[in-house]
Design a protein around this ligand. Structure first.
Ligand code: NAI
Ligand code: MG
Length: 503
């Protein structure tokens, strides 16, 4: 039986969204909107209806070179001349413009990614605006320090300066396109850097709208440049470019490795890499199940599982296992799949035919290997890339379904018996992005939190995100941290100035 899907009518589109889709799309280079690019154009589609939304320019090497030049000129010119309070002012203005255009941006984001527009309006778009406000605050608070030398303090007056790293490229994925754009641009600007943003080829639209808002906010030309294009052309050109001082990336671990190679072979540009995950949700039998069960479901089904920190491995203490698995499966069965502009939609489709194929074939392979499908397990609807919320059990913990990132609404559920057991199982992965621990015992919560190798640990909670809270991965989940002062420091170089003052 195929599941009932709530489709949307394109006539429900807001006037200002239709107007944006209807006008020619332009990339932004050095303050100029450019409609023609070397690679021609490519199509962005609505993954809910499988229909084309817009044609957008495909930037390649020539546009990358022009954008790097523009960003360099702004970095050494107008943006550098603007005092920190002025830079903060531009960032606050941009945040205000995002709030003023919230409903338009949310619907555009929904159409391009498939996610429900009401969720984008409540979460993705306001969070992006708050990240610009938060880092706008930091723009006036960047500072160095004075220090004493260890060996001859009387001889020298020493201080450090925190200086912007330079021209930054931001390469982002399609799961949270607008928010990711803010995560890359905002801390770089606060540090005094200039930016070239390359959105994912699947979701170029809100980045192009952001480019218009950047100009409206009054940033000097070249401070923020936006290039739509493919990863193997525009993305690779940025990663290999000698004029890019730092690249900040979110996406697959495979592409993260390619970018690290390109950096090593070019100018050793600095890198922040936010990569994949296979994050554990650990539920002890003494947890508050009324909270833990819905949270475990939201952890894997939210955004249709297309989340780097998705809680994709669920570990439940043996005595509570049946209750939890049944509870999560029931929630999955009750979730309403649908298109972005239908107000009743709770879960959107997967991003693309490629992602649907990838998720389906991983689940099929697991079934052939003897895994039990407790709920879901197949495509939903006859149109759109929908996949049912799925709960799997009885897998070999070393099999690919239990160890590889699926990036869909597919949960691998397992059981454990004691604290040592669970720490070893949770850490038995090449990833280390996040972990969620549910227990009524605070001592155990802290012990497990310390022992788990992950950059973010949430106790009796899941998915705590805040502009002031550092986020990033251990192991193959990446390099560096975003958000907070750590996220700002990622765009600063430390210069140590030693002045001889002794006789
Ligand atoms: P991807 O890693 O290929 O794409 C992310 C970004 O990297 C896009 O902007 C893309 O254009 C760019 N890119 C691709 N190749 C590049 C290259 N050689 N040099 C520079 N930039 C390049 O992700 P994809 O293929 O769309 O998704 C595949 C899998 O990646 C997913 O199934 C999921 O497992 C994982 N993924 C993880 C994300 C996360 O948030 N950690 C986000 C998106 C995907
Ligand atoms: Mg799209």
């Amino acid at each position: 039986m195929t599941r009932h899907i709530l489709y949307h009518e394109l006539s429900d589109m807001r006037e200002d969204v239709r107007a944006f889709l209807d006008r020619p799309k332009a990339i932004l280079i050095g303050g100029e909107f450019v409609e023609k690019a070397s690679g021609g154009t490519f199509t962005s589609e609505d993954p809910g209806l499988e229909t084309a939304l817009a044609e957008v320019p495909a930037a390649e090497q020539a546009e990358v070179d022009a954008a790097v030049d523009a960003a360099r000129s702004a970095f050494e010119g107008e943006w550098a001349k603007m005092v920190p309070a002025g830079r903060a002012g531009c960032m606050f203005k941009l945040a205000d413009l995002i709030y003023q255009n919230l409903d338009q941006l949310a619907q555009l984001e929904g159409l391009d990614t498939g996610k429900p527009a009401h969720i984008a309006a409540a979460l993705d778009i306001p969070f992006a605006a708050e990240v610009f406000k938060y880092y706008g605050g930091w723009a006036t608070k960047v500072r160095g320090s004075t220090l004493d030398l260890a060996l001859n303090p009387e001889q020298f007056h020493v201080y450090t300066r925190a200086e912007p790293v330079g021209v930054v490229a931001g390469v982002i994925p399609w799961n949270y396109p607008f928010a990711q754009a803010a995560f890359k641009i905002a801390p770089a600007l606060a540090a005094g850097c200039t930016v070239i943003l390359k959105p994912a080829e699947q979701t170029p639209l809100t980045a192009l709208r952001l480019a218009e808002l950047v100009v409206e906010a009054g940033f000097p030309a070249g401070t923020v440049n936006v290039l739509t294009g493919f990863g193997h052309t525009a993305g690779a050109a940025l990663a290999a470019h000698h004029g890019v001082d730092k690249l900040t990336f979110t996406g697959s671990t495979d592409v993260g490795r390619l970018i690290a190679e390109a950096s090593a072979k070019s100018n050793l540009k600095r890198l922040t890499l936010e990569l994949g995950g296979k994050s554990p949700v650990i539920i002890f039998a003494d947890a508050d199940m009324d909270k833990a069960i819905p949270a475990a479901a939201a952890a894997i089904f939210g955004n249709s599982g297309q989340v780097c920190n998705a809680g994709s491995r669920l570990f439940v203490e043996a005595s509570a296992y049946d209750r939890v698995i049944e509870g999560v499966a029931e929630i999955g069965k009750g979730m309403q799949l649908g298109c972005a502009m239908n107000a009743g939609s709770e879960l959107g489709p997967l991003m693309s035919a490629t992602q649907l194929q990838r998720v389906s074939s991983m689940v099929e392979e697991a079934q052939r290997a003897g895994v039990t499908v407790v709920s879901g397990g197949s495509q939903g609807g006859d149109k759109g890339y929908f996949f049912e919320p799925t709960v799997l059990t009885d897998m070999d913990p070393a099999s690919s379904i239990a160890t590889d990132e699926i990036f869909g609404p597919v949960l691998c559920a397992m059981t454990f018996n004691d604290d040592d057991d669970i720490v070893a199982a949770a850490n038995d992965t090449n990833f280390g992005l996040a972990a969620s621990i549910w227990t009524g015992n605070p001592g155990r919560a802290h012990r497990v939190a310390h022992a788990v190798k992950a950059g973010a640990v949430w106790v009796n909670a899941f998915g705590v995100f805040d502009p002031n809270l550092p986020f990033g991965g251990y192991k193959e989940s990446g390099w560096g941290r975003e958000f907070g002062i750590e996220g700002l420091n990622a765009f600063l170089e430390t210069k140590a100035v030693s002045m001889h003052i002794g006789a």
